[in-house]
Design a protein around this ligand. Structure first.
Ligand SMILES: Nc1ncnc2c1ncn2[C@@H]1O[C@H](COP(=O)(O)OP(=O)(O)OP(=O)(O)O)[C@@H](O)[C@H]1O
Length: 270
């Protein structure tokens, strides 16, 4: 579905990962975290990656972000026509915001690093705060706001930087169930407005089916690509998509393949 542009032509790939392998040296010998993993992500596509614990999801994301060396294979993130944009921004599960900066200065941080003028970066940051209902907390410090608000700040800080691709590693994993649902809905709305290319790691199948155009299923360690599921729920989506019979069908189909990998991963850990 989303691999096609509105004109019907195939979308250009934004991320091309080919035969990516990652080995880590350990005292007990080297371990292969990721094995021969290939993935194309189209421009403007929202791709979710699921798999059992320890299958190499975060390792892959860190390699996409350039935070980890690749042992074998290649990863290419293709810049767009607009010059000066950062290739990626990453949102992690832990609220990676600076406690000594106000909310607005946190949101403006990436722009500051890129040399954007003080006036322009405050304007951009304020517009993002408005968009997620945080304008009145602009001058608060992180310890004065809730966990959900902190993660909103992390997400809009990444988006304010206008990266070519947005990389998210369990960004809602630390939140309580209700806040998580609110932020899932918010992510759907923001993605609809921005159409960013997103790679999103999650342990939650509900989240993957709700948010993704495609869900990539990885095997237990060493992580390999086991299956790709196209999610054909209509867009724009809201949280109500979870009540659709098709949602339950997608979820069941993915769980059928994932459950045996989860069992295998647990057996390996014993
Ligand atoms: N720096 C490292 N040194 C050695 N081994 C590592 C290192 N980082 C990750 N690993 C190993 O690589 C494998 C993949 O780890 P990774 O964190 O990528 O998995 P994951 O799928 O993200 O796990 P989870 O779902 O539990 O977050 C694991 O066996 C992990 O122990």
């Amino acid at each position: 579905m989303n691999s096609m542009a509105p004109s019907g032509a195939p979308r250009a790939p934004k991320i091309v990962a080919r035969n990516v392998t990652k080995t880590y040296p350990t005292l007990a010998g080297s371990i292969t975290a990721l094995d021969d993993f290939s993935l194309d992500v189209a421009e403007g596509e929202f791709v979710c990656i699921v798999g059992p614990s320890g299958c190499g999801k975060s390792t892959f994301l860190r390699m996409l972000a350039g935070l980890e060396d690749i042992s074998f294979g290649t990863i290419d993130i293709r810049p767009g026509a607009e010059p000066g944009k950062p290739l990626n921004s990453v949102v992690f599960q832990e609220y990676a915001i600076f406690p000594w900066k106000t909310v607005i200065d946190n949101v403006a941080f990436g722009l500051q690093m890129r040399g954007v003028s003080a006036c322009e970066r405050r304007e951009t940051a304020r517009a993002w705060l408005d968009r997620v209902g945080l304008a009145k907390f602009a001058d608060y410090y992180p310890h004065q706001i809730s966990g959900g608000m902190k993660q909103r700040v992390s997400i809009i800080r990444a988006l304010a930087n206008d990266p070519e691709v947005l990389l998210m590693d369990e960004p809602l994993g630390a939140l309580d169930a209700q806040t998580r649902v609110v932020l899932q809905d918010e992510l759907l709305r923001i993605w609809e407005e921005t159409r960013k290319t997103v790679v999103y790691i999650t342990h939650s199948l509900d989240e993957a089916v709700l948010l993704g155009d495609r869900v990539i299923l990885m095997s237990a360690q060493p992580g390999r690509r086991l299956a790709i599921f196209e999610i054909d729920l209509p867009r724009p989506r809201t949280i109500d998509a979870m009540n659709m019979p098709r949602f339950a069908e997608h979820r069941a189909e993915i769980w059928e393949r994932l459950s045996s990998e989860v069992t295998r991963a647990m057996e390996m850990q014993q």
